[in-house]
Design a binder for this molecule. Sequence first.
Ligand SMILES: [Zn+2]
Length: 467
Amino acid sequence: MGLAIRDNQTRRLRIGILVVLVIAVGAGFCLFLSGSHFGHAHPVIILDIDTLRADHLGCYGYQRDTSHWIDELASQGTVFEWAFAQAPNTPPSQASILTSLYPRTHGRVTGKDRLPEEVTTLAEVMQAGGFTTAAFVDGGYMAPHSGLSQGFETYHSSPEGLKGLAALGPFVFDWVRENKEENFLLLIHTYDVHTPYDPPPPFREIFLNGLEPSTPGFEPDTKTMKGVMLRARRGELNQLTAADIEYSRALYDGGIRYVDAWIGSFMELLRDNGLLERATIIVLSDHGEEFQEHGSVLHEKLYSTVTHIPLIIRPPGGMTARRVDQVVESIDLMPTILDMVGLDEPQTPMEGTSLFPFLKRRPVSRLEGLGPAFGESPLFGGRVFVADGTHQLLQTRTTEVLELFDFRSDSKEQDDISQQHPEVVGRLGSKIERFDQTSADTTKYLPGVRVIDDQDLEDLRALGYLE
Ligand SMILES: [Zn+2]
């Protein structure tokens, strides 16, 4: 009898332990799937790698090993395979990322414009919602005169300008250690991938493998590449030899690998401070870069080589890798983040759509109401694009030239199929018309005039934007 009671007690104890274990493992599994803080206030980190093409990352199918650590983040998060930037250049595109507004709405269309005070930024909403907000940016078009600093309590712009993560990194590391217990928004922006393509050793050599330019003395510095771009604008296409382009590309890829190595050390810092478990980590870019796929270099056209950007969202604690192939836009980031941290939308309207339904533990496979992507540039002949499902239509307003590409099967957009598919041109053309009509009714912000100092001028000159 006594033995039977002891057996029963032991069995109950064993069952109890088993139940606790099952709950613990289940909870751990859920944590793995969705992160314990997802949908509630938690830290958000944005790694904004200026000029990074999506298709030069391993997780987007690139053959070179440029992105070990970015791929690691992608393997623990959601990769948006077809994210489009709203503009091909920094001033409007970065403003769209941080405001969820198209360039024609937020008003920062050129580098001379300042983001208007009346615009509500992501940082302002999060600061009002009790988050600590900080940005570490690489000067130039991101310097405080841009107006992008709205809502950031800390806005650290490289004091010497354009020195990349080598200069910003120590400040970022100190800030993270000091604020690791907070709920925060942390924006880290770098021009390390931008021209000049000249990463520090050993990254400069890493993909060269004996490659040499065929033009004696050629180096893809900002001045040289800007010269190529300006001459291409005047009709002198494909000025660089294939060897010069391959040399440039290898150095550009070395720059990506350099940034990726920094991200590796940054992830170690996050792990040591418990932030891999607590924080959402986002990787994106404001535009890509052209290597003469359309006769020019740098970034001013709207082809997908320039407008297709990486967008990776890794939730707290990581998750089973997921890929979304529906077309999304960089203006979708702000509503997504606000949803992820449980904050209400601002009273001023956003133009993007929250992608949170893709990120939940039980995700949607398609998000109804997610529109096509629009991008535009009032410069260079007034260009606009719409990307919907599989096709991208580009329109140059001054010449009324239309080009159509199947960006999924022809990712570098070499084959204009507008003549073969007039029905698709018509369908997408009417979307551009609707976009114009809708935005005509939207409240527009008038850009502020920016005030720049000598250092800002120097930075812009170094980036190649001033003569
Ligand atoms: Zn940029």
